[in-house]
Design a protein around this ligand. Structure first.
Ligand SMILES: Cc1cc2nc3c(=O)[nH]c(=O)nc-3n(C[C@H](O)[C@H](O)[C@H](O)COP(=O)(O)O)c2cc1C
Length: 319
């Protein structure tokens, strides 16, 4: 048995991309993930979810998948309201977002912004952990500006019964740039009694296996952009076969048709498909012309024609 066998593999939450249509298509065509986190739900003082949020956590849209709803707020009452809603729907765990770097969020002391006010975060955690009806896991960055902030941040989390602490090993100011600080994670893993999960820059099967060998006490590996580039990555990590062109066609078709069914405006669908292909195109590194054509397309039909040509004639790189 190798180290990776004892770790859970999860799909990272990615706002605007990994909602239920995407999760179901990935699970049906490729599988390999043990669990899926929803992009953040943003409960407000009026205590109702937006339509797209309720759809995303509706159990009938998530049949057969292990899904963990993610919540982002700095108001304990709003968090607890959302946690109760999730509990009523049958979810045994919710995840708290302490990582989102967007200025609009961070400025309001939410997501990664909460890491700039640890006394307030402590009061928030006190309140939610004392009244939550479900388990709470946390997805966090190392800090705001300096990776060394993680010492204090981790000590704070250690005061609470955190189900699992998922560490995206960057600070807010790094957004998604540069290399993740694995050394800080590795150090924390040796020091803490909390169950630690790792997230950041797992782009290939080899990345995952090497990471697991080096950090065998890790409970879970969470994969984001590596899965957007190669939606079969989790299956591969589990020893399965790499993605084929036919599978990618099937996956794309499902996501594409799903968007067409729920979005009225075809231009919005085009926008979504373009975003998807900014990641998928990395699997066709030779296809510079097609990459340009995908960027330029201003009608969905033209975009799909380029995709079809690519899937028919270009080999996947399997990097
Ligand atoms: C487009 C996009 C949307 C994201 N949305 C969320 C989100 O809703 N919640 C969250 O916790 N992280 C979000 N993230 C961060 C990812 O979950 C993950 O932490 C990050 O991409 C690092 O992991 P990776 O190197 O495997 O991609 C988002 C990332 C991207 C690129």
């Amino acid at each position: 048995m190798s180290a990776i066998d004892s770790m859970t593999l999860s799909m990272a939450p990615m706002e605007g991309i990994t909602r239920y249509l995407f999760r179901n298509a990935q699970a049906e065509v490729f599988g390999g993930f043990d669990k899926y986190y929803t992009p953040f739900l943003s409960p407000n003082m009026h205590h109702h979810f937006r339509h797209r949020e309720s759809d995303d956590i509706d159990p009938k849209n998530n049949a057969g998948l292990t899904v963990i709803p993610q919540i982002m707020t700095n108001v304990p009452e709003d968090f607890l309201w959302a946690a109760w809603e999730c509990a009523h729907l049958g979810y045994p765990e919710v995840n708290l977002n302490l990582g989102c770097p967007a200025a609009t969020v961070a400025r309001k002391t939410k997501g990664s912004g909460f890491l700039t006010d640890l006394p307030r975060l402590e009061r928030f955690l006190d309140a939610i952990f004392s009244e939550t009806p479900v388990d709470i896991s946390i997805k966090t960055r190392l800090g705001w500006a300096d990776p060394a902030e993680f010492d204090k941040v981790l000590k704070l989390y250690e005061q609470f019964p955190v189900k699992e602490l998922i560490v995206h090993a960057r600070v807010r100011e790094e957004f998604y740039e540069g290399e993740a600080h694995r050394d800080i994670y590795e150090h924390a893993l040796l020091e803490t009694s909390l169950p630690l999960a790792y997230n950041g820059d797992i782009f290939t099967k080899e990345d995952a296996l090497t990471f697991a060998e080096m950090n065998p006490r890790t409970t879970q590996l969470m994969i984001g952009r590596g899965m957007l580039r190669n939606p079969a990555i989790a299956r591969e990590i589990r020893g399965g076969s790499p993605m084929t062109n036919a599978e990618l066609r099937e996956f794309y078709q499902r996501v594409h048709d799903g968007y067409l069914a729920v979005m009225e405006n075809e231009t919005h669908v085009l926008f979504k498909c373009k975003e998807l292909w900014t990641y998928l195109i990395t699997q066709f590194p030779e296809e510079k012309k097609a990459a340009k054509a995908l960027k330029k397309a201003n009608k969905l039909a033209a975009f799909d024609a380029v995709v079809e040509e690519l899937l028919t004639s270009a080999p996947l790189s399997h990097r």
